[in-house]
Design a protein around this ligand. Structure first.
Ligand SMILES: [Zn+2]
Length: 215
């Protein structure tokens, strides 16, 4: 049987000790309230699993502020009403129907490895190739990129990162309870893209992607 000692890596243990002595102690009233009253997050954020693009960090969020669903490339699948296990759709369902979040933000980011997997002509990682299957829905988007986007690899990569966010928002609207709440004004859908190196946030508007100014 594999050893469970140490139970967690030393770096995480040290981090938890800092958290418990620091934030948990100084904000224990907030944690007590969240424990007693439950969570009322202001938004569901759909984001990539990438270690550099944590929504709680980027949006400087407090505990209880954000309900976060992360997966490779931060994708929302299309609505599939069958009996298979759908992790992303379950998180979406809970956020919208149980927590009644008023907003959903799909957050893309620069240098996304999941997006690179779509563009690179790489051999499958495994016989099952879970990653390749997960991002396969972006292949049509990659094939449809403008000719000028194909000139430069970095530009091509970013263009697909942005279009992936737009596709996930379109996929959100395939869920009937998302669509109906958006139509009645109880839910708003948003797209954003984080530039890791520059620390800039771009937002999807009716006229396209714009660099969001300082608030
Ligand atoms: Zn990513």
């Amino acid at each position: 049987m594999p050893s469970l000692d140490p139970a967690i890596p030393d770096e995480l243990r040290a981090g938890f000790d800092r958290f418990r002595r620091g934030r948990f102690w100084s904000e224990h009233e907030r944690y007590r309230r969240l424990d007693r009253d439950g969570q009322r997050p202001t938004a569901l954020v759909v984001a990539c699993s990438d270690s550099r693009a944590a929504p709680e960090t980027i949006f400087d969020a407090e505990p209880g502020d954000l309900f976060v669903m992360r997966n490779v490339a931060g994708l929302v699948p299309v609505y599939e009403p069958d009996t298979r296990s759908h992790s992303a759709s379950a998180a979406l369902e809970y956020a919208v129907l149980a927590l009644e979040v008023p907003a959903i933000v799909v957050l893309g980011h620069g240098r996304c490895g999941g997006i690179a997997a779509v563009l690179d002509e790489r051999d499958p990682l495994t016989a099952m190739d879970y990653l390749g299957t997960w991002v396969a829905g972006l292949r049509d988007l990659a094939d449809g990129l403008d000719a000028e986007d194909w000139v430069d690899p970095a530009r091509r990569h970013q263009a697909l990162e942005l279009q992936s966010v737009e596709q996930s928002i379109a996929n959100l609207r395939t869920f009937p309870w998302v669509r109906s709440r958006e139509q009645t004004g109880h839910l708003t859908l948003h797209g954003a893209w984080f530039d890791i190196g520059l620390g800039e946030l771009h937002g999807l508007t009716a006229s396209g992607w714009v660099l969001l100014p300082d608030a």
